[in-house]
Design a protein. Structure first.
Length: 103
């Protein structure tokens, strides 16, 4: 039987590995991909009264939202846009928008 300390250590390692994957986004590629996003969210990612702000979002949170749209776990206008994104595209976009000020 695994000890409690070993289980906690394994969970911590898995959490760090997952965080590393989210941090694996390429900001420059995300900026290039953001051209399509700007049509609705604006060049600065600030959105408007009908479109949510994505500038300054936490990269992990943003990547999860895009993944949920891509998988259909969340329904909305974003489903069609996210459907063509690769996992790396999602990480890149999330990394880019995390660098923008959401203020």
């Amino acid at each position: 039987m695994l000890s409690k300390k070993l289980i906690i250590a394994m969970m911590l390692i898995l959490m760090l590995a997952a965080g590393g994957a989210i941090a694996g986004g390429d900001v420059a590629n995300g900026e290039a991909l953001s051209v399509d996003c700007a049509d609705c969210h604006g060049d600065d990612g600030m959105g408007d009264e009908d479109v949510p702000m994505i500038a300054g979002l936490d990269a992990a949170e943003h990547a999860q939202k895009l993944t949920d749209f891509k998988s259909g776990a969340v329904e909305g206008e974003m489903n069609d846009y996210a459907a063509d994104l690769s996992e790396q595209d999602i990480l890149d976009l999330a990394a880019y928008y995390a660098t923008l000020s959401g203020n």
